[in-house]
Write a protein that binds this ligand. Structure first.
Ligand code: SAM
Length: 316
């Protein structure tokens, strides 16, 4: 029945029509495999991967009642999901309470930032570089602004390391701990710490080989134009806003790296060329140089690896 209804798209324009057919085939195959096993998986698959086309379709042809008829045994749950997503604009990940990240499952809870595909992409590429930094020993890593713990836990799962993960938010620290347990990771220690508090930073148990962070980086002037109302409503402003030029945290993180004598720093950026240039200039003034750019899904520079010019770096 889902398939039949999806084929309603036949009556829409050409481009979605072809897509709808492929989509209906994929859903049919997936449902056959997952029947009775994973409504959540199905919803995630449909909504997350095909949000645009489906929203067109729903807007044109369907409503919550249709979903209830299509999946009677899940009727009430679907009605709730529908109401939260479409009426309140709540991200699907918060509604379901989890999100996939590099093949793992992470609990998510508003207002802690939902891990992004762009972060997944550059981090996957960085894992190869991280192995080059190891030099046969376990890396000691400081992650700043851990949120759900997705970066720290991915590193801990994939390379030999010990990660200290800090965040200013109590909710984030609790969530990161739950996610470490959920993914059976023991080598991540998450703790509450404000990165702008010198005393708290000095009390961290180093020394560290690497500082890594996806810091808040949206420039104040782009707040209303770049950040969608749903993101502003459900995700923490503290996780996103990076001051006037978006680089308050990048400056501070390089100062922290200097203070703790950390030779390699990896920082996520907003994907614009201007922020890459700005961070490169900031790094230069603080004695670090850009040694590698890491791409996002659109192949823009989404993170940079910076090295203290005086230090030995396994990547050079
Ligand atoms: C962009 S989110 C990144 C979350 C997660 N690492 C990820 O990639 O999905 C930035 C994080 O920095 C945290 N944060 C903001 N200000 C901070 C501060 N002064 N000290 C420590 N963490 C801070 C926020 O609470 C948020 O969890």
């Amino acid at each position: 029945m889902v398939v039949e209804r999806l084929l309603f798209l036949n009556r829409l324009q050409d481009q979605p029509k072809r897509y709808a057919y492929r989509l209906s085939e994929q859903i049919k195959a997936r449902l056959a495999r997952k029947r009775g096993e994973g409504l959540e998986l199905f919803i995630h698959y449909v909504f997350k991967n095909h949000a645009t086309i489906l929203s067109e379709w729903y807007a044109a042809k369907a409503d919550a009642h249709y979903l209830q008829r299509a999946f009677p045994s899940y009727g009430e749950r679907l009605r709730l999901v529908w109401a939260q997503i479409y009426k309140k604009g709540k991200p699907i990940d918060y509604v379901l309470g989890w999100t996939p990240f590099l093949g793992m499952q992470f609990r998510v809870q508003s207002p802690v930032l939902i891990p992004r595909r762009d972060t997944e992409t550059w981090l996957k590429s960085f894992l190869k570089d991280a192995k080059g930094l190891q030099n046969g020993k376990d890396l000691k890593i400081l992650e700043v602004g851990t949120g759900s713990g997705c970066i720290a836990i991915t590193l801990a799962k994939n390379i030999k390391c010990h990660v200290t993960a800090i965040d200013k938010s109590d909710v984030a620290v609790q969530l990161a701990r739950q996610n470490a347990a959920l993914n059976s990771v023991a080598n991540v220690k998450s703790q509450r710490c404000n990165v702008f508090d010198n005393e708290a930073i000095r009390s961290l148990k180093g020394p560290f080989d690497l500082l890594i962070s996806n810091p808040p980086y949206i420039p104040q002037r782009h707040w209303s134009s770049l950040v969608s109302p749903n993101v502003r409503r459900w995700e923490s402003t503290q996780a996103l806003l990076g001051g006037t030029d978006g680089c308050n945290f990048h400056r501070r993180l390089l100062d922290v790296a200097t203070m703790l004598r950390i030779s390699t720093v990896v920082l996520e950026l907003d994907g614009s060329e201007s922020q890459v240039n700005l961070v490169r200039d900031i790094a230069t003034t603080k004695g670090y140089c850009l040694i590698k750019s890491l791409p996002d899904i659109a192949n823009r520079t989404r993170a940079v690896i910076l090295s203290n010019a005086n230090a030995e770096c396994g990547l050079r």
